[in-house]
Write a protein that binds this ligand. Structure first.
Ligand code: ADP
Ligand code: ASP
Ligand code: MG
Length: 401
């Protein structure tokens, strides 16, 4: 068997925990298994490092940011290798570059282009446990890149795909994927199996237990993923093809995304091409726009409201400053949150939306924006009601029973 295991930030959060991961790796490995372990930085480390960069400049040079951020994962990979060596195992750490992970040059949000697995295969054949620093790669110039926050999940799935691993296990600080974040709703239930599509929606809508891009890639490569806890023996959640799942509930889960900022452009000229110009400029700056609402035109004008990640607000303000003179005003609001209800059963059941709206109305929660897909309903609401909304919806859809 060739296994890829990924251990997240909390799992390697201190030296004792790294020791515990080393034990866990050895326990789960049968004598002939080949094991690649991907690690995150110690929890809080990436934020700390980013804070250093932001101390000097609110929009620091992304190339330099990557030099700084990539160090966190290198530290944990080498520490784990040393811990394993002291237990008598052959282990070696590799940076993204050492591991042959090639990306584009899109610093801080790089995409993996290909993985040259020659060295990893050779090391596995020699009996090494290979520890790869997650979240990073190297571009064609040889510069280190990072894959975006939470990117170690993506490193693990991409490696599992490239190595044709039999299994990819994502070890974290909860026992799997729950019906909603168990830290918000303690009555949330662990899901045993979930389809790629539902997991992709949940992850894209804020359930950070898995990075959405890692789920997307797992689906594309047909890699079965298991999410489970580093701190218990629970078998976790299997993320797999829809066909492999017997019972399909109407609603599988509810996600919360607090990283939403709302931009309101009032009095935008109502003419063809204007939206393309605005969103084109945002796209050029690599800002991802999420929910969009455009009002009916009035006096040759229209209002355009949309959301972007809060973390990209400063950059967006810079970009949109170009439009300052051609609109009446631009407002920025970072007190909103997006709540999303996800389930494949929605495709064949009516009344889900009305039940959602009814539940929020009863709690006097105002809905600012709505967006839907075949298997999802998302609502933008005031951040102060976000947890109340989650708990009420969780109860109404009987996810706790
Ligand atoms: P890691 O550092 O291991 O990558 P993360 O913090 O990125 O871990 O993700 C795990 C966290 O995801 C959990 O601690 C939990 O609070 C949060 N989470 C959000 N939504 C869910 C969900 N639906 N199921 C499980 N965990 C969730
Ligand atoms: N350490 C990185 C982050 O905090 C990557 C990861 O943990 O997956 O975003
Ligand atoms: Mg994570």
């Amino acid at each position: 068997m060739l296994l890829v295991q990924k251990y997240g930030g909390t799992s390697v959060g201190d030296l004792e925990r790294i020791q515990n991961v080393a034990k866990r790796v050895l326990e789960s490995k049968k004598p002939h298994d080949k094991v690649v372990v991907v690690v995150s930085a110690m929890s809080g480390e990436t934020d700390k490092l980013l804070g250093y960069a932001l101390h000097f400049d609110p929009l620091p040079d992304p190339r330099e940011v990557d030099m700084i951020l990539s160090s966190g994962e290198r530290v944990t990979s080498a520490l784990l290798a040393i811990a394993l060596q002291t237990m008598g195992a052959r282990a070696i750490s590799l940076s993204g570059r050492n591991a042959g992970i090639y990306t584009d040059a899109n610093h801080t949000k790089a995409h993996i282009e290909h993985i040259d697995t020659t060295r990893i295969h050779a090391l596995l054949d020699d009996g090494f446990i290979v520890i790869v620093a997650g979240f990073q790669g190297v571009d064609s110039k040889g510069d280190v890149t990072t894959l975006g926050r939470g990117g170690s999940d993506l490193s693990a799935v991409a490696l599992a795909g490239a190595l044709r691993a039999d299994l990819c296990e994502i070890y974290t600080d909860v026992e799997g994927v729950f019906t909603t974040d168990p830290r918000i709703e303690p009555r949330a239930k662990k899901i045993d199996r979930i389809s790629y599509d539902e997991m992709l929606e949940l992850a894209s809508m804020g359930a950070k237990v898995l990075l959405n891009r890692s789920v997307e890639l797992a689906k594309k490569l047909g890699v079965d993923l298991i999410t489970r806890s580093t701190f218990s023996k629970d078998p976790g959640t299997l993320i797999t093809k829809e066909e492999n799942i017997m019972e399909q509930p109407i609603i599988s889960g509810i996600a919360l995304d607090k990283n939403q900022a709302r931009v309101s452009m009032v009095g935008v000229e109502d003419k063809p091409g204007i939206a393309s110009e605005i969103f084109g400029k945002l796209a050029e700056a690599n800002i991802s726009v999420d929910m969009i609402v455009q009002t009916n035109g009035y006096d040759g004008k229209t209002d355009l409201d949309f959301t972007i990640p809060k973390t990209e607000l400063e950059l967006a303000k810079n970009v949109l400053a170009n439009f300052q003179n051609s609109v009446e005003k631009i407002d920025y609001d970072s007190n909103s949150a997006k709540v999303s209800i996800v389930g494949v059963g929605m495709k064949s059941h009516t009344g889900v939306a009305s039940k959602v709206f009814g539940t929020l109305a009863k709690e006097h929660i105002n809905i600012m924006m709505i967006s839907t897909s075949e298997i999802k309903i998302s609502l933008l609401i005031d951040i102060k009601y976000a947890e109340l909304a989650i708990r009420s919806l969780h109860h109404v859809f009987e996810l706790d029973s």
